[in-house]
Design a protein around this ligand. Sequence first.
Ligand code: GRG
Length: 288
Amino acid sequence: MKNKLKERIEFIDKSLNEFLPDDNNLQSIVYDSMRYSVFAGGKRLRPILMLETARMFGADWDTIKEFACALEMIHTYSLIHDDLPAMDNDDLRRGIPTNHIKFGEDIAILAGDGLLNKAFETALQSKSPFILDALKELAFSSGTEGMIGGQVVDLKSEGKQIGLDTLKYIHSLKTGALIRSACVIGAILSDADDFEIQAVKDFAINLGIAFQIRDDILDVIGDTKTLGKKVGSDVQSDKNTYVSLLGIDKSIELADKYSQDAKASLMPFGEKASFLAELTDFLIDRNN
Ligand code: GRG
């Protein structure tokens, strides 16, 4: 799987470089700051999910790359803003100092905003006849009914006792929405039918929760060097997590259950879904 991922990451990095080139104008510092975080070496999970969903439906990666890069830009903006002192106040991300530590808070805020706008500029370069439906999903999943909404409920729940249902609600939006839109946009751009779109949506919703549970587990059992970010930060900021609510063993069981449910949603696609199924197993066992 690591080798397969490498090939996909290279394609995504080359495309990101095309859509986010170096710039020499007076505001070049904001491009430096945007590129600093984008090229800091993330796993590229969301664009990989989009490319692989599209491939499953027979579409070429080149027809998907604008949206795949747009999604990674939105994801990176969320990480830059999430690390700011007003939010998680983290100083390490993707193995290097966070954006505001390197460029200052003012530029980091603007770099996040810049990436959000650049994402839509990039997606708009798509020549797909399905561009409007894909844009709608991109905007919806990253907005207040999606990632931003989940972040708000998460922040406002810090230090309070919440139940599993609220935790699932938070993560379905905060983490799950972009993972869902990766697969749904991949399917939309490949002219998948409603049944197929629903099946990949079900896959992604379950994968999103499994992925987040593993993230919570790694915050406790992982190490800073492999993770590229500080461990133990959830406990430190009194965050509700699957581990704080259920403990490690039950969290591992639950991640496994969601990953089985995710793979079950891929059944209608048979062998064509083998990469996505393998990726699901890889992600719930990952160490970073
Ligand atoms: C600030 C608008 C705004 C939103 C913040 C996504 C998010 C919401 C915050 C990021 C912090 C966090 C732990 C989110 C949970 C989702 C998650 C596990 C993000 C990290 O994604 P990976 O592991 O990161 O795919 P890389 O660096 O590999 O891309």
